[in-house]
Design a protein around this ligand. Structure first.
Ligand SMILES: Cc1cc2nc3c(=O)[nH]c(=O)nc-3n(C[C@H](O)[C@H](O)[C@H](O)COP(=O)(O)OP(=O)(O)OC[C@H]3O[C@@H](n4cnc5c(N)ncnc54)[C@H](O)[C@@H]3O)c2cc1C
Ligand SMILES: *[C@@H]1O[C@H](CO)[C@@H](O)[C@H](O)[C@H]1NC(C)=O
Ligand SMILES: *[C@@H]1O[C@H](CO)[C@@H](O)[C@H](O)[C@H]1NC(C)=O
Ligand SMILES: *[C@@H]1O[C@H](CO)[C@@H](O)[C@H](O)[C@H]1NC(C)=O
Ligand SMILES: *[C@@H]1O[C@H](CO)[C@@H](O)[C@H](O)[C@H]1NC(C)=O
Ligand SMILES: *[C@@H]1O[C@H](CO)[C@@H](O)[C@H](O)[C@H]1NC(C)=O
Ligand SMILES: *[C@@H]1O[C@H](CO)[C@@H](O)[C@H](O)[C@H]1NC(C)=O
Length: 490
């Protein structure tokens, strides 16, 4: 019945390899390749500027895209080169194709959802002609505390409303109001008058200065006892599934963001495709499978420049460098660049496990398989896993199940959790910063002309916020060079 064991892995590699080939051909194809090749050795004119972007996740890809837009009509001729260590574009956005029966199912291994008011992701997806994938409406959520379900959603909307009102009073409305207020404040980032250079000042300017200073637990502590039940039964399960954190170890802004999935959606076929389009439309040269090993600040006739060395051992000099990956995972040797002063940002390790099979209703103390909720979130007393979600229900009665956990789920764990299972795929991520309160943020511009997209991540780590940061850095670079160019002309 199950025609493969680890086959989908190979399938994924094939797909990614094809994407890789397409990109390589595009980057080195005919005329373009010659132009790129000769321009690298040509003395760069006054109006030509070279930017290196390190990393082709959403941060790096969006920077390239917004740079190309910003300089579209400029007299400054921009040449962008993207270095990407892996053989694919997307970084922490990655799709896995699972062939099963007579079709192939696509699941997100990394970032899966964004919301309507995530304007960069939403607008770009629309502009690029992608279809949205929305979570099916009839799926039920259950909250598991490690021993039993403390709450289970019914298929009937009004039953749920009554159940929630009965159990938690007005707490949900109160918390929802607070969440809306935070989201509304965040939205002013899109009309921010000038590019920002400091994340802390930005959060204050948005009216969100207070929330990152406290744990979510502390921030919400003056809500009464009924509210506490709601916090541990709903709010904490949300922070656990979104950021792998409990209320006492996540800042309040992270808590509210976890609660804001109104209009949640993703791109059909995989969110990584948005990044592929960002890169494609930016016209940048893409060096896949080329990890940056060294970045050195140099002075060229009094101007600050950067020499970048890739794993292909080639050195190239750039006018600006955009680092678009968490710095501690890049293995780059920095020379003459003040990186040891950067605050350490600890990241969460997260295990993502996909399984084909049927969950064990007896483990969950249910009376039948059919009555099990499709999404299982957890309170902090559940230790084995943080969440279990049904990605696809298969025609033969099996399902593709996605599990998040702090520790690796061994085959023995799956034997317990599943009535039967036949296939497993495991991936471990350094998923996102821990979103600790009172974090010192790294600067947006670490050195003159050396920018850091992921300085935004300790405030909120998401596809959208990385695009906000990429957009902001493109604006910073544009502001500097366009003004400089105008001055030079005068
Ligand atoms: C399991 C999981 C679920 C998530 N769920 C969501 C979600 O539902 N919604 C949401 O918005 N966000 C979610 N996130 C968070 C989101 O994925 C990240 O915030 C975002 O994708 C980070 O993008 P980035 O471009 O900054 O970094 P990355 O995506 O990590 O990109 C960095 C890139 O740099 C490359 N690189 C590193 N070092 C080098 C080097 N030396 N040279 C060249 N290249 C290098 C890497 O290979 C990588 O491709 C989730 C994350 C995970 C792991
Ligand atoms: C560049 O010019 C085009 C065509 O005139 C216009 O549509 C676009 O908005 C301009 N872009 C910028 C960044 O000024
Ligand atoms: C795929 O299989 C399902 C049942 O397993 C069947 O209902 C469906 O018609 C098949 N589709 C195609 C395109 O063969
Ligand atoms: C996104 O699209 C909306 C609606 O068209 C528009 O109002 C908004 O300015 C756009 N925002 C961004 C960041 O592109
Ligand atoms: C939520 O906010 C609205 C107006 O913004 C207000 O009318 C309502 O009373 C608030 N509800 C709760 C439960 O605080
Ligand atoms: C963060 O700093 C503020 C101001 O110094 C302080 O009031 C607050 O208690 C700190 N938060 C934590 C969790 O230590
Ligand atoms: C972008 O994609 C289009 C359509 O698939 C393709 O024709 C073009 O060559 C690509 N360009 C780059 C730079 O990758």
């Amino acid at each position: 019945m199950v025609a493969f064991k680890l086959g989908s892995n190979n399938k994924l590699l094939t797909v990614l390899y094809v994407i890789f080939l397409v990109l390589i051909f595009n980057a080195y194809d005919g005329e373009t390749s010659n132009v790129a090749y000769f321009e690298a050795f040509k003395p760069v004119g006054n109006n030509a500027k070279k930017v290196a972007i390190i990393g082709a996740g959403v941060g790096g890809a969006s920077t390239a895209y917004y740079l190309s837009k910003a300089f579209a009509n400029s007299s400054v001729h921009l040449q962008t080169t993207i270095y990407e260590r892996s053989f694919h574009i997307g970084g922490r956005c990655r799709a896995l194709e699972i062939p099963y029966g007579n079709r192939t199912y696509v699941v997100e291994v990394g970032a899966s959802i964004f919301i309507d008011v995530n304007y960069h992701m939403t607008n770009a997806s629309k502009e690029f002609g992608f279809k949205f994938r929305k979570p099916p409406a009839d799926m039920r959520v259950g909250i598991w505390d490690g021993e039993q379900f403390v709450f289970e959603e019914s298929k009937w909307y009004y039953v749920n409303v009554l159940k929630i009102l009965w159990k938690y009073g007005l707490a949900p409305m109160r918390v929802k109001n607070m969440t809306r207020d935070k989201v509304r404040r965040f939205l002013s980032v899109y009309n921010y008058p000038s590019p920002f250079t400091d994340i802390r000042s930005l959060s204050h300017a948005l009216g969100l200065g207070n929330e990152p200073q406290h744990t979510a637990e502390h921030y919400l502590k003056n809500l009464n006892n009924v509210y506490h039940l709601y916090l541990s039964h709903f709010v904490e399960p949300a922070t656990r599934v979104n950021y792998g954190s409990n209320l006492d170890d996540i800042h309040a802004l992270g808590g509210f963001i976890s609660l804001a999935p109104e209009g949640a959606k993703g791109v059909e076929g995989g969110n990584y495709q948005v990044m592929v389009e960002f890169v494609n439309r930016s016209g940048a040269t893409v060096k896949l499978g080329n990890a940056v090993k060294k970045v050195r600040k140099i002075s060229d006739y009094g101007k600050t420049k950067y020499e970048v060395v890739g794993s292909d051992e080639k050195a190239e000099v750039f006018d600006a460098v955009v680092l678009a990956a968490p710095i501690q995972f890049t293995n780059i040797h920095f020379e003459n660049i003040k990186v040891n002063h950067l605050p350490e940002i600890p990241y969460r390790t997260l295990h993502v496990t996909f399984v084909i099979g049927r969950l064990n209703w007896k483990y969950f103390k249910h009376s039948s398989y059919e009555s099990l909720p499709e999404y299982i979130l957890t309170t902090k007393t559940s230790t084995k896993f943080n969440s279990i979600g049904t990605s696809h229900i298969l025609p033969d009665g099996n399902a593709i199940i996605k599990i998040f956990s702090e520790k690796e789920l061994m085959d023995g764990d799956l034997d317990e959790l599943f009535e039967r299972w036949s296939w497993v795929y495991r991936k471990v991520w350094k998923a996102y910063p821990q979103l600790l309160p009172n974090q010192t943020y790294p600067p947006v511009e670490i050195e003159d002309g050396f920018y850091y997209v992921n300085s935004f991540e300790p405030l909120i780590s998401a596809m959208e916020t990385e695009a906000v940061s990429g957009n902001n850095i493109a604006r910073l670079i544009h502001e500097r060079w366009e003004k400089f160019d105008i001055k030079a002309k005068l």
